[in-house]
Design a protein around this ligand. Structure first.
Ligand SMILES: NC(=O)c1ccc[n+]([C@@H]2O[C@H](COP(=O)([O-])OP(=O)(O)OC[C@H]3O[C@@H](n4cnc5c(N)ncnc54)[C@H](O)[C@@H]3O)[C@@H](O)[C@H]2O)c1
Length: 373
């Protein structure tokens, strides 16, 4: 596909995003404000491609052509020819707004500016822009060159033309692009919360991480809730939970469980620290009430998806597809609803609400979707 893509920020995400577009045939101009990040970029890109070359997924010719399409440039001014710029810089609003101003000074009027923010509102990043209609979110998942899903986030003023270009170019790069509302956590990071939170609630009630994970794996999940926290890092998971809790006004549905805080305070971050909730061990033993554990976690996943759906800007299919692609879930929340039936989900939530401790009261109140169905 023709077109020039700019990428700003050559860290974990930016590097992967460069590869996404370069592998699809786009010319990519990429930069970083940190000189060492620019200097090491080519070496890191080569290292990121090495496993694919070794496996034979790409030929030496493909490999060289991908790298040839990538130019590391000294500053944002050199991104002027780009028709789409994706920013993956530090996660602070002031830095992103200032980058938008810098990009607007050099880009063509119809060039699209996409932010890869995870926790800031796209609307806030577009505030103050000269042409807010060209600003939108393209939320990639880590590692960007591997994960199929990209959430496409419009703010109220984003133009259809900008959404079309960002969507078309990103689909041409092999991604499944799903529209997501400009709400905290978009779809995946928001709807995933109960997968961790409800497992932590069970842990605080005295169940073991191993048996909870075994129950989820028996229900078809490739990895259990605690195995996933160990993989992501308890610190990253805590930061995401705290961010969402703040953004949602501290609602008990986003309760920050002490068990997670304690885990981080103790440095048991998971794979990266060598010790986590279950890592280096494995899930198990399978408890006799495994089905009830899975039902409880899925009931809260269904309910969260229902609340998000009620806020608008997404669809049942969008949420189901996003969670299956973004988290490798075996089924989406609305497929869980169909499988269990609304009566069972409602009854499960009602039981949880009735026995909830004071700090979790209102956590399990049914979403409008469940009240209506
Ligand atoms: N890491 C993830 O799993 C993940 C997933 C999705 C989205 N994101 C988002 O992607 C963005 C980048 O995250 P990351 O994990 O790649 O961070 P990172 O720290 O690995 O990389 C950020 C890079 O941006 C550069 N940078 C910082 N300020 C800059 C500026 N003003 N101009 C140019 N370059 C600048 C830094 O030198 C660094 O190389 C953040 O907005 C983050 O929220 C991260």
């Amino acid at each position: 596909m023709d077109g020039i893509v700019g990428v700003v920020g050559l860290g974990t995400m930016g590097l992967g995003i460069v590869l996404v577009y370069a592998q699809a045939g786009f010319a990519v101009l990429a930069t970083d404000s940190f000189p060492a990040a620019r200097a090491s970029a080519r070496e890191r890109l080569t290292a990121a491609l090495a496993p694919r070359l070794a496996k034979g997924a790409i030929s030496q010719g493909d490999h060289d052509a991908i790298l040839d399409r990538i130019t590391i440039v000294d500053d944002v001014a050199a991104l002027a020819p780009a028709g789409l710029v994706v920013e993956a810089i530090i996660e602070t609003l002031a830095a992103k707004q200032s980058l938008v101003a810098g990009l607007e000074a050099v880009l063509a009027p119809d060039a699209v500016i996409a932010t890869n923010t995870s926790s800031l509102a796209v609307t806030a990043i577009a505030t103050g822009a000269k042409r807010p209609e060209r600003i939108l979110g393209l939320h990639f998942f880590n590692p960007a060159q591997v994960m199929k899903l990209v959430e496409l986030v419009a703010h109220p003023g984003t133009s259809p033309a900008a959404l079309t270009r960002a969507g078309d170019w990103t689909r041409a790069a092999g991604k499944v692009v799903i529209d997501a509302p400009d709400r905290p956590g978009f779809i995946v990071n928001r709807c995933a919360r109960p997968f961790y939170g409800e497992a932590l609630a069970l842990l605080e009630e005295g169940r073991s991480a191993g048996e909870i994970d075994a129950a989820m794996q028996a229900a078809g999940y490739r990895i259990g809730s605690f195995g996933l926290i160990d993989l992501i890092g308890a610190d990253i998971n805590l930061a995401a939970t705290e961010g969402l809790s703040r953004a949602m006004g501290g609602h008990p549905r986003y309760h920050v469980f002490a068990a997670l805080q304690d885990q981080v305070a103790a440095g048991r971050l998971g794979r990266k620290s060598g010790q986590g909730f279950v890592f280096p061990g494995e899930a198990g033993p399978l408890p006799t009430d495994a089905a009830a554990i899975a039902l409880r976690i899925e009931a809260t996943l269904v309910n969260e998806a229902g609340w998000l759906l009620a806020e608008g800007g997404t669809t049942r299919d969008g949420i189901d597809s996003a969670l299956k692609l973004g988290l490798n879930f075996p089924r989406g929340p609305f497929e869980m609803l169909a499988a269990h039936g609304a009566d069972r989900i409602r009854a499960t939530l009602a039981g949880l609400e009735a026995s909830a401790p004071a700090h979790l009261k209102t956590r399990y109140l049914p979403s409008p979707l469940l009240e209506a169905s």
